[in-house]
Design a protein around this ligand. Sequence first.
Ligand code: ZN
Length: 176
Amino acid sequence: MALRQIVYLPEPVLRKKAKPVTKFDKELQTLIDDMIETMREAPGVGLAAPQVNIPLQLAVIEYAEDEEEEEENEDAPPAKKKLYVVINPEITKVSEEKVMGIEGCLSIPGLVGEVERHEAIQVKALNRHGQLFKVKVDGWMARIFQHEIDHLHGKLFTDKAVSVWKPTDDDETPLD
Ligand code: ZN
């Protein structure tokens, strides 16, 4: 495995619609492993292939649902992180309920913003072996999925944010 270089705005690849993955070959497996390593190293909770200059519909997501709880209570057992490899994803259902939250992006360093997202979504995608899976996610996990899927369509959180600002030490926002 190797780290990949994360690209930043205004790199054009971040604004292009990514192409569907059609070949589940060794090269793709290497890319996925590299992206997972790069996301963990950053550190981030998600990384889309265009962020490492590869215009493919592929994203990796890793987040522990009760991470925030854990920080508040040191005695809590360590939160279990869930890793998703999401290929050619499609959002098939969204909750009516929308929620505001603060997002940052590894490709837009030094900026965070308040973004409205669906509270819960259902996603249909392929796994790293090309097998179809469906997943229902809510809360922060749903927010990360929506952020990453936006990346695959050339969209960034700053397009949707109601306000953006330079973070201070008080803004502990996971990046993706
Ligand atoms: Zn991002």
